[in-house]
Write a protein that binds this ligand. Sequence first.
Ligand code: COA
Length: 384
Amino acid sequence: MTAENLTSGRIQIAMGLQDVVVDESKICFIDGKLPKLLYYGYNILELAENCSYEEIVHLLLKGKLPTKAELAAISKELIEARGLPADVLDTIRKAPKSSIPMDVLRTAVSQLALTDPKPNDDTPEGRYRKAIRLTALFPEIVAADYRARRGLDAVKNNPRLGHAANFMWLLHGKEAGPFVVKTMDVALVLHAEHSFNASTFTARVIAATLSDMYSAVTGAIGALKGPLHGGANEGVIKTLLEIGDASKVEPWILEKTKDKGFRLMGFGHRVYKALDPRAVVLKKYSEKSGKEAGITKWFEMSVKIEEMMKTREKPLYPNVDFYSASTYYTMGLPPEIFTPIFAVSRVAGWCAHVIEQQSHNRLIRPDCAYTGAMDVPFVPIDKR
Ligand code: COA
């Protein structure tokens, strides 16, 4: 397409692909105005309160909520797929302490392909096996990196513990209490899937070239890292720490929002034009978590910010990253691990989309309006 098409109005650019429908999907429905979020037709509010992450993995990979027997089976598969290969653990240990945890995760996940005897097996069974393997190993990578940065050895998995509880065990080397485990489980359920968001779309673009699941998930991690996507939860806690106190929220917001280019992390969304339902749930957990830990200030500050942002001329509402930040922080988790936790959850959604993409594949290859020079006379190098 040339610029002429653009100026003549024959084509229109959909910057950021906003409102462009690129495929069908059965996995996730979002109505940003209501707002409503469904995984395979089930409302996220019900799933968050009633399901474990393992049930959601079953739902995303198999398209149905499991029976008790099916849940036991997939939980066993996830436990059996645990055990980080020694080479990957070594890479994590040797990563510079100055590196960003999302970079370590991306590198380790890419290396998982080298420790899989059949990384390119794209039979349905092969894709499912890789999805389970990736989902099982993400917590181990994140926890091993978390501990290595603190001069601690990785902890062995605890086969008695489910996904969320084992993740907390791997981080701290001891069993977390039931409230902390439930909070992590809810967070994992809430972050597991979100339709054609930037990282999932990245995974689908890679999958659509008929590349393998490790490549697709590695690329997705790169997309999730950005502060406009999963990286926003780290931005939120940095904001809260910078403000420091509930009494300073109002002057801080008023000062910052004078700058038209200012972006408040954890607010706004491409699809939701009202409160993100995931934020509704996380707000409750942020409050409970604060009370449980005896530190309510981060929740109180967050509520003040929310109130200010929704009453301004152009209201903005919290997204999933806003209340997850204060929730994780009061659970004693450091900011640099927030985006990796998002990835620990979203990996199941990415894998589900890779499987769906490859089940009815067409190469994803959009066009652009070319605005560069045309037919430039070639000049040999010694005459330039
Ligand atoms: N802070 C301040 N203003 C914001 C904002 C935010 N977090 N999010 C959106 N806006 C404003 C923009 O300045 C723009 O205003 P304008 O119309 O006066 O120019 C308008 O809202 C639309 O923003 P736009 O960037 O076009 O929306 P988008 O759909 O492209 O962006 C996000 C969506 C998520 C990238 C954007 O809301 C954002 O940057 N949020 C902060 C990062 C974040 O929390 N990301 C996690 C998403 S789950």
